[in-house]
Design a protein around this ligand. Sequence first.
Ligand SMILES: [Zn+2]
Length: 85
Amino acid sequence: MPRTHGVPRGHKKRAERGPAGRPPSQRPTKTPRPPQLERWQAIIDGKTCPICLDLHGRIYPKHEGPRPPIHFFCRCQRVSFAVIQ
Ligand SMILES: [Zn+2]
């Protein structure tokens, strides 16, 4: 009795090693994020104190630098934005 398992002869010996083992070279560890920055935004009018006037428009990294309010009735805020490189 011939031993046939439904596999035609000569069709084996191929795909023993498929392209499964990919080299782990291009694995993204962390998506590089643009630095988070914040700009000091003062309300410029007649009551703006010189400190805030001086700080107005300054750019700080998100977790660094002074944070409003820096005095009584300070109306400043820090507006965050991302730098697109
Ligand atoms: Zn202020």
